[in-house]
Design a protein around this ligand. Structure first.
Ligand SMILES: [Zn+2]
Length: 148
C-alpha cells in the first residue's frame, strides 16, 4: 500500500493528496495546476495558516512578522533563501500579524519575529528574534531531530 501525503496549495488552498514518492517529482496542484513548491515562502492569512498546519504532510515553519518591524524585514531575505534550500522538505509560511491580528491571538504571538515549527498539526517549538541562515538551518534540523 502506498503512503499518501497531503499538502495545501499555496495558490488556491486546495488540500492535495498524493503518493509520498511524488513529493520529489515537483508535484502540482490537482485543482489549479500550479507547482506545490515555488521555492518561496507562502504568505497566508489566519484561515489558511490553520489549513496548512492541519493538512501538511511535511513539517511547517511559520514566520510571524509585521511590516513595521525592522528585524522582521531584515530577516525576510534569510527566510526566502531558506525556502529555496529546503525545497520540498519543509513548508515555509509567512503571516503578516498586522494584517492578520487574529493569527497573533490564536497562536499566542507575543513578540515578532517569531518562528514556529509544526509537524502533524502540532507545534514542536518556537523561537523569537531574527537569525542568520546558518543558525536558522541548525535550529530547524536540531528541533526536527530531537522531536522525531
Ligand atoms: Zn492549487
Amino acid at each position: 500500500m502506498t503512503t499518501k501525503i497531503r499538502l495545501v496549495c499555496g495558490e488556491c488552498n486546495t488540500v492535495n493528496q498524493f503518493p509520498v514518492e511524488r513529493l520529489d517529482d515537483q508535484p502540482i496542484c490537482a485543482e489549479c495546476k500550479q507547482p506545490l513548491f515555488s521555492g518561496a515562502p507562502i504568505s497566508v492569512n489566519t484561515d489558511n495558516l490553520i489549513r496548512h498546519i492541519k493538512h501538511s504532510g511535511i513539517p511547517v515553519l511559520v514566520d510571524f512578522w509585521a511590516p513595521w518591524c525592522g528585524p522582521c524585514v531584515s530577516f525576510a531575505p534569510v527566510f526566502n533563501e531558506f525556502a529555496q534550500r529546503v525545497g520540498n522538505q519543509l513548508r515555509l509560511l509567512k503571516v503578516d500579524t498586522e494584517a492578520n491580528q487574529q493569527a497573533s491571538i490564536d497562536f499566542n504571538i507575543r513578540s515578532i519575529p517569531t518562528l514556529a515549527l509544526y509537524r502533524d498539526g502540532q507545534e514542536i517549538t518556537r523561537m523569537s528574534g531574527a537569525m542568520g541562515l546558518p543558525q536558522l538551518q541548525q535550529w530547524v534540523i536540531q528541533q526536527l531531530t530531537e522531536n522525531s
